[in-house]
Write a protein of this length. Structure first.
Length: 131
């Protein structure tokens, strides 16, 4: 993945879908129930644009070898799990349970990524010395 924008834009689309479903299913007439999901979508799209600019700046710099993951699916899973759990506060307990289960899987994946990153960082000086 050359820039981080597609992941955040996918997340904005998921938030938009959740907001639209919540707006259609629940018969609330207050504007807050419409504005909060809209704000979340706009904020996520702005974050995608900001991360695109940060990625361009980082690309211009010359750095040493470093371990960088291109896509972290456990991070995406944890973010979706937390949003489902928070959305479950409004919808019902069943959605909190689903979010909690997804969070457990995502946290396990993050732990696995962090340990792999530490191993790769420890092995990096050995690879540079062998060049």
């Amino acid at each position: 993945m050359s820039w981080p924008g597609p992941t955040e834009l996918l997340w904005a689309g998921l938030l938009l879908l959740l907001g639209a479903v919540g707006w259609v299913v629940f018969e609330e007439t207050d504007y807050l129930s419409i504005l909060l999901p809209s704000f979340a979508v706009v904020a996520t799209a702005a974050f995608a644009a900001g991360s695109q600019l940060a990625a361009r700046r980082q690309q211009r710099r010359t750095v040493e070898d470093e371990v960088v993951t291109e896509v972290s699916w456990p991070t995406v899973l944890v973010a979706i799990a937390l949003s489902l759990a928070l959305f479950g506060l409004e919808v019902g307990t069943w959605l909190i349970y689903i979010g909690g289960g997804l969070f457990a899987f995502g946290a396990g994946g993050l732990l696995r990524e962090w340990t792999a990153e530490r191993r790769a960082l420890r092995a990096a000086p050995e690879r540079r010395a062998a060049r």
